[in-house]
Design a protein. Structure first.
Length: 745
């Protein structure tokens, strides 16, 4: 029977080979996407393991016996919006620990740089970058210490007395190896928590794979009517149910195996593109995107097994009664209990409101099953909803097309819903993704600011106590202020001093500024009439981000004189620029050299981008889900409608012979797809919003926000596109409804 199954799959004509190719293509798409998701999950953990050494000094690390202490200071520098990891080190003896990726520690006057950083130093004028880092290049940092291929990292050597006693320097005896995924609490700050990313990627994988599974199932049922007739004929001449099952299993397994092989090839083709996707704020190395032996085994064996099981379930009527097929028995109508899985999935998500698991692994186990049950429940409930819509249409039909379509959908709502199930799932997934992202943007999003604010370079010298902000910088000398103002593209310089009597919780308080300097940066407001100094906010980087009160256009006058300001500690130096690279980076270099012991300067745009980067990553993931779901759903719809027309060529041919116009038949096909699509789409959209609300409440404590007009345009466009796909298959009716197809073969 296996040989017979192979022969029927490969040697029964062009139609069989075409069906085999379509099923294999659908399986290849699903396998390729599944493998890509698994590889991204693996790469996240691998990348974070390489981030561990950057958390040295923040978490305990096991020191080697006899190790000499190492002075360690890490800071986040920047260049043109790109993050530069700067580590200053000073060995106290020959046995001081050495970070990974370097053969030795850099000595005083030396530094090691990542390949991307070394290239940037070579290609950039020294006044804009290299002058910030004293010394010469001693070598490049190896891959073992770099999160990604474009990582900008520099390790600078010093004498111990240069770092000892500095506020941000610490003495360590071992290099850490803990990433945020293996730390408890906020200790590890460098890197992305891959456990949290696994929750997001797991949900994304489920959202993307479901429409693909529908496409695979739809493709597997191509020419279902003809195959049922063929297998029923085999039963009538003596074939046993077991033999029929073997033949159908072989046919499906051959197609699935070919699809799995092609899927692995598709995954290899996708790998160079995946390294460019910024899942974790840093691209992956190509070698990071790897699969474990378990991943390969599960996909290579599980997908053909699932296809074989699907084939056996699809032909269960033949196994029970071959006469049931030949006599065209009407399937039993679906019952209302099909709504139970959908409700159960929503209840499962609701159970975790106020009881969210504390760990990321627990959250994956909590939310992923609920989301899968909701999506699966929508598929299970679809036929019942289709039947309800079809009966309503048939009862109100005024034309033959509506009556025929309504009656057929009422008789076999499973087949009617199967054609649009991919699109319905895509609508549900899209709605949930948009709902979650809109809520996160509402809660975490940053209001817009002017270009002049974004192009401001700020040098921070702040330390925080319970009620006050302490300045750690000294007043910049006149020579530095003159050098800053002389840089082409600089608009003005503002020095913010700590207010000894200021309250960090009071509105626009905690800082003092010279009104003459404030006049050179009008984007930040002006002093009161006649004032020489003013009370000011302690950070120009938060301009426009204050949610409790609006910043004034005129700052209240202060009692301190400009001469007294020079003796007060500095909390921030801000320089407005025209945004050009030369102006921004030259100013940044001058400030970095003037305050080497404090955090490197940054632009307000970089600070805002860093604050919004996690949200942007989630938004990109949502865009990927939407971009994949709708095209896959469109393919599924086209395959299902075209297959349905092919399966009913004889009934349609008989109707044409009795005088039914081709236009009426086209209306029947259009209604048979549009009615279940619209009937279930309403439930799918509502389910998507409800699932998003439950997930937001349970995981983040947020509430759903009304979607913007883009959502309605997207949903409306998806439905119109679906109708266009259906319309594109209608010309098949002309070819398959000729008189020659009316014979009872």
């Amino acid at each position: 029977m296996i040989r017979l199954g192979l022969r029927m799959a490969l040697g029964t004509g062009r139609d069989a080979l075409l069906r085999l190719a379509v099923i294999a293509a659908a399986v290849a798409l699903g396998v390729g996407m599944l493998l890509a998701t698994l590889a991204a999950l693996n790469a996240t953990g691998t990348q974070n393991a390489r981030n561990g050494w950057l958390n040295t000094g923040r978490v305990p690390a096991q020191a080697q016996p006899g190790a000499d202490p190492l002075w360690w200071q890490i800071a986040a520098d920047g260049f043109q919006g790109r993050l530069v990891g700067r580590i200053d080190v000073a060995a106290t003896g020959p046995h001081s620990p050495v970070p990974p990726g370097m053969p030795r520690l850099p000595g005083p006057g030396e530094f090691y740089a990542s390949p991307a950083m070394a290239e940037l130093l070579r290609d950039t004028p020294a006044a804009q970058l290299a002058d910030r880092y004293p010394g010469r290049l001693a070598g490049t940092i190896g891959k073992a210490a770099l999160p990604g291929p474009d990582s900008l990292v520099i390790v600078i050597g010093h004498r111990p007395d240069e770092l000892a006693g500095q506020r941000n320097a610490t003495e360590v005896k071992a290099i850490a190896s803990s990433s945020p995924s293996s730390c408890s609490g906020p200790s590890c700050t460098v890197g992305t928590n891959s456990n949290g990313m696994k929750l997001i990627l797991s949900v994304v994988a489920a959202a993307m794979i479901f429409p693909v599974l529908v496409l695979i199932g739809t493709a597997t049922r191509l020419s279902a009517a003809a195959r049922e007739q063929r297998f029923a004929a085999m039963r009538l001449v003596g074939a046993t149910p077991r033999q029929i099952a073997v033949v159908s299993t072989v046919e499906s397994t051959v197609a699935a195996a070919a699809g799995v092989a092609a899927g692995f090839g598709l995954y290899e083709a996708l790998r160079p593109l995946l390294v460019k996707v910024d899942f974790t704020r840093t691209p992956f190395f190509l070698s990071d995107l790897s699969l474990s032996v378990a991943d390969v085994a599960v996909v290579a064996l599980g997908v053909p097994l699932a296809a074989a099981l699907s084939a056996r379930l699809a032909l269960r009527r033949v196994r029970i009664s071959p006469l049931g097929v030949t006599r065209r028995t009407t399937p039993r109508p679906p019952r209302a209990y099909r709504l139970i899985p959908l409700v159960a999935g929503l209840v499962e998500l609701a159970c975790f409101i106020g009881h969210r698991p504390p760990t990321s692994t627990g959250q994956v186990r909590a939310f992923l099953p609920g989301i899968l049950v909701v999506l699966g429940g929508l598929v299970v409930a679809g036929p019942w909803l289709t039947m309800a819509g079809a009966r309503l249409m048939a009862a109100r039909a005024r034309r033959a097309a509506g009556l025929v379509a309504g009656r057929r959908l009422s008789d076999d709502p499973k087949a009617g819903f199967r054609a649009v199930s991919g699109l319905v799932l895509a609508l549900c997934v899209t709605t949930a993704a948009v709902g979650i992202i809109d809520a996160m943007v509402h809660e975490r999003g940053l209001p817009g600011t002017s270009k002049a604010v974004r192009d401001t370079v700020a040098s921070d010298h702040r330390d925080f106590t319970y009620h006050r902000i302490v300045g750690t910088g000294v007043t910049p000398p006149d020579s530095l202020l003159a050098a800053l103002r002389a840089v082409p593209g600089v608009g003005g310089v503002l020095v913010v001093h700590a207010d000894p009597g200021g309250d960090r919780n009071a509105p626009y308080s905690g800082g003092l500024v010279d009104c003459a300097q404030l006049a050179t940066v009008p984007v930040y407001g002006a002093c009161a009439q006649g004032a020489r100094t003013a009370s000011f906010n302690t950070g120009v980087d938060s301009y426009g981000l204050d949610h409790d009160h609006s910043w004034p256009t005129r700052w209240p006058a202060a009692a301190t004189t400009p001469e007294e300001l020079r003796g007060l500690p500095v909390v921030q130096v801000a320089v407005t620029t025209d945004g050009s690279r030369s102006a921004v980076e030259t100013v940044r270099t001058l400030l970095a050299r003037a305050y080497p012991a404090d955090d490197p300067p940054y632009t307000v745009a970089e600070q805002r981008a860093a604050d919004a980067q996690e949200l942007d990553s989630y938004r990109r993931l949502a865009d990927v889900v939407i971009a994949v779901s709708f095209p896959v759903a469109g393919c599924s719809l086209a395959v299902a409608v075209a297959g349905g027309i092919g399966d009913r060529k004889r009934p349609f041919s008989l109707l044409r012979l009795t005088g039914v116009r081709l236009r009426t038949l086209r209306q029947v096909v259009l209604l048979e797809s549009a009615v279940p699509m619209l009937a279930v789409a309403v439930v799918a959209v509502g389910t998507g919003f409800l699932a998003a609300q439950l997930f937001l409440k349970a995981q983040l404590g947020y509430s759903l926000q009304p979607p913007g007009p883009e959502y309605y345009v997207m949903v409306g466009g998806g439905i119109v596109a679906a109708l266009a796909v259906i319309g594109a298959t209608l010309p098949l009716l002309t070819r398959v409804t000729g008189p020659e197809n009316a014979r009872n073969e």
